[in-house]
Design a protein around this ligand. Structure first.
Ligand code: NAP
Length: 433
């Protein structure tokens, strides 16, 4: 029995996670094992990371064989699942975790799949006490954190009844790259997933248990208010998953607030409020650049969707399974997300505005994702007593509803991620985190 098992440990991201866990400063406080379908490929990972099987147990499992999956899941308290595309391979793993009351985290960004597992397994997960948290990587930890932190800062200045009107995140990605596994997941969505399921995820609140106020529609040009210099940008594809996850966090808090109205102090501080709207965009050098980006992005997406030879060509030039950014790219990348959140007006008609920043050093999609998901799993193993109240009931949750401040502190302690939030308008300005 181990605390954590990493499924897909021979894959590009699985190896990064194994390395991060092996070198973690709290290594003596937890145990972990590695699982893969190929014994020889797993041997290579042990050799490359200089791991011993006495210290790190090895498991062989093929995700297409449910008895393999059940046997491995039973050997761990928390499962980190990196076997994608999740639409194709993820459901049997979540089913096994829920069935055996184990906790689960993954790196999916596939909203159509998360919608299906919520429908099939959320109630069963609550019944078995299994905490299931999809989207524990770049989709959608930073977005979920930044809305959560902005809400806390607003309330710290405006009082507990302050609610959010609009929260806008501007993403600046330095040297972002793509792995073969991620690319295969995108192609699977285009080729295998029924079109009506892909169209459905463009609606607001697809993953939320309750409906709220619709967020602004995607557009060709975005600006960030309250910026010293003009900030322009365009809609980009990660905004779909991130907005749905943030709206699920909103919905889970909102549901908890409605169900716990007799215990307002426990849940109300987390509620974003009935007018909450969220949007995000990627920063580009100018307004013209942003509009050109939108047109080119739409044209490329249409090519990939409607013109199969374009997908064949893309397969030739993009990395294959198990491949991803080089060591230099992993260390050299960066991310900075600037979020401006405005409160709904108070009874005097005054608004409060806060600015929150999420900074990460290292390739955002892989280096930082492997840190984020590892710290999520470690929060389940080492910090179970301090997880948010909403988490302890189990179910299919989001990073912030499951881990809240525990994850924020863990990421900051990692030394690779920094998160801060400050007041801009409405009271005396000072940093809070
Ligand atoms: N959202 C984010 O921020 C984020 C970040 C990183 C990754 N991801 C996602 O994570 C997933 C993995 O990405 P990656 O680049 O690490 O992919 P990868 O390198 O291709 O690794 C996939 C892993 O899955 C294993 N696998 C495939 N089929 C299997 C089966 N039938 N039974 C058992 N294991 C099986 C592979 O084993 P073999 O080695 O034997 O082939 C490999 O270990 C993708 O869906 C990607 O989109 C998301």
């Amino acid at each position: 029995m181990v605390d954590i098992v990493v499924l897909g440990a021979t894959g590009y991201t699985g190896r990064l996670i194994a390395q991060y866990l092996a070198l973690h400063p709290q290594r003596s406080s937890f145990t972990f094992g590695l699982a893969a379908r190929s014994q020889s490929a797993l041997e290579k990972v042990f050799k490359r990371l200089n791991l011993s099987k006495d210290d790190v147990p090895a498991f062989i499992m093929d995700v297409t064989n449910p008895s393999d999956v059940g046997a491995v899941v039973q050997q761990a308290r928390v499962v980190i699942n990196t076997i994608g595309p999740y639409w194709r391979w993820g459901t049997s793993v979540v089913r096994a975790c829920v069935h055996h009351g184990k906790h689960y985290v993954d790196l999916t960004g596939e909203v159509h799949w998360i919608k299906d597992i919520i429908f099939e397994l959320d109630y069963a997960a609550v019944k078995s006490g299994s905490i299931v948290v999809p989207c524990c990587g770049l989709d959608s930890v930073p977005s979920d954190i930044i809305a959560f932190v902005a809400n806390k800062t607003l309330k710290s200045f405006g009082g507990p009844s302050t609610t959010i009107d609009l929260s806008t995140s501007a993403w600046k990605l330095g040297g972002a790259s793509i792995s073969g596994g991620t690319f295969s997941t995108i192609l699977t969505a285009l080729e295998d997933v029924p079109k009506h399921k892909l169209l459905a995820i463009r609606q607001n609140f697809v993953l939320s248990p309750v409906k709220g106020t619709h967020s602004p529609r995607p557009r060709m040009l975005y600006t960030l208010p309250y910026s010293d210099q003009p900030v322009y940008g365009a809609w980009y594809f990660m905004a779909i998953t991130n907005s749905q996850v943030v709206q699920r966090s909103w919905g889970l808090y909102e549901l908890a607030r409605r169900l716990n109205h007799h215990n307002e102090t426990a849940v109300a501080p987390l509620s974003y409020g009935p007018n909450f709207k969220y949007e995000e965009f990627v920063i580009l050098p100018s307004a013209i650049y942003a509009m050109m980006y939108s047109i080119i992005f739409a044209a490329l997406a249409a090519l990939l969707v409607y013109f199969p030879p374009a997908r064949m060509l893309a397969r030739r030039i993009i990395p294959g399974p198990g491949e991803g950014p080089s060591e230099k790219q992993l260390r050299g990348g960066s991310i900075k997300i600037t979020n401006i959140t405005t409160s709904s007006p108070n009874s005097q008609g005054e608004k409060i505005v806060v600015r929150s920043i999420f900074r990460g050093q290292g390739d955002p999609g892989y280096f930082l994702s492997s840190i984020m998901i590892s710290e999520c799993a470690l929060a389940l193993v080492l910090d179970s007593a301090t997880l948010p109240q909403i988490s302890t009931r189990g179910g299919i949750l989001t990073p912030m509803t499951a881990f809240g401040d525990v994850l924020i502190e863990r990421l900051k302690t990692s030394g690779h991620i920094d998160i801060e939030s400050e007041l801009l308008v409405g009271a005396e300005s000072r940093k809070t985190r």
